[in-house]
Design a protein around this ligand. Sequence first.
Ligand code: TGC
Ligand code: FAD
Length: 392
Amino acid sequence: MKPDLFQAPDYYNLDDLLTDEHKMVRDAAREWVKRDVSPIIEAAAQDAKFPKSLISGLAEVGAFGPYIPEEYGGAGLDQISYGLIMQELERGDSGVRSTASVQSSLVMYPIYKYGNEAQRKKYLPKLASGEWMGCFGLTEPDHGSNPGGMTTNFKDKGDHYLLNGAKLWISNAPFADIAVVWAKNEEGRIHGLIVERGMEGFSTPETHNKWSLRASATGELIFDNVKIPKENLLPNKSGLGAPLGCLDSARFGIAWGAIGAAMDCYDTALRYAKERMQFDKPIASFQLQQKKLAEMITEITKAQLLAWRLGVMRNEGKATSAQISMAKRNNVDMAIKIAREARQVLGAMGITGEYSIMRHMMNLESVITYEGTHDIHLLITGMDITGISAFN
Ligand code: TGC
Ligand code: FAD
């Protein structure tokens, strides 16, 4: 792969809206991605192997629990810093951002928000340091967009719960030390349970043959009469709103992350267009190529403004789930369209692993599907503005 020459576009001087701390956190993540992620990520994606060597670096740049209080090992940062870290990670690769999203928003967040003090103390510091890695089990083979229909269940057996069922498409599952799993009790109420690797009847087979997110490990969670200690139930929230609340946090991170992937594609295409000669001119001099590049920077700038404003509202505790949903959908859609256009700017070179664009493009096919598909987010906006649910 070519050396990483990335220069971040900032067409509307958005840096002026950031604090010194935001810029420091972002620049640290940016430098780390350049130094440690870019040189190895193409090979990891080609080999379909999650690069475990990145875990300690992710912890060092504060990517595990950026907004979790420092007393639990988190970085104690605000939501914009969290977003900026996700942007920089996904600039490197969506799979690297995914690993951090899951650890932070889908594992640490529910333990912090819905767990008791003993659970926070037991799990959060080890998750923040990367000593333990986690995964989040909501999706099932027959229940993806409709997680409320889940059949994974647990029964009260007096001194423990007995967990049965299966989850599919679970990021980090093959190597995770713990899983936050959503399952129904005997009354059909959804609860979160912490399942630990090594519990009898719990297995995590890896899902192979992915053309997307190849540098992230994906797998199943299978529960065959797994005995769960009662202290592993998250006590402070139940119902479908509990897992969906975690998704709000992860979707917010993705809204920022997608900008990173788009920035990398744009920056690569711009540099290539200025260097590549055809008809004795740089291809950047042709109007059709300029149109592509001009539209890309316009869409990136709009997405940056959307994410920044959402970050301000998240910091004030005012962002609604529907507002987060709109940003996730818009920014991922923006990024995938830019990846497709940028790939064309590079002609045949665009299909190779010499450049990051095709990898981003393939990754974004997962990003537009997970954490709620593009369609589901359109319907969430539709429900919000009409007051009518198209789901049921
Ligand atoms: P509905 O009746 O609308 O809602 C049920 C209850 O949940 C509440 N709620 C939310 N709470 C917090 N945050 C949200 N975003 C919420 N959305 C809804 C709602 O108020 C209600 O509460 P209550 O107290 O009245 O019971 O539920 P529904 O069954 O009609 O479904 C709604 C729908 C389709 C929008 C929802 O289920 C959905 O978002 N589906 C998409 C599923 C999804 O996003 N799955 C993601 C799995 S995790 C993942 O993909 C990780 S990828 C990891 C990586 O980055 O690598
Ligand atoms: P389906 O729900 O079957 O949808 C298929 C199609 O039907 C989609 O186009 C969808 O938009 C459309 N559709 C569905 N319902 C409607 C409707 N009401 N109206 C209109 N159209 C509709 N899940 C986890 O729990 N944890 C994870 O860590 C995780 N990681 C993932 C990693 C990867 C790489 C991928 C690809 C997925 C991951 N997922 C994870 C699962 C992901 O959240 C689901 O794939 C997603 O929610 C969609 O579910 P589905 O694939 O079953 O599609």
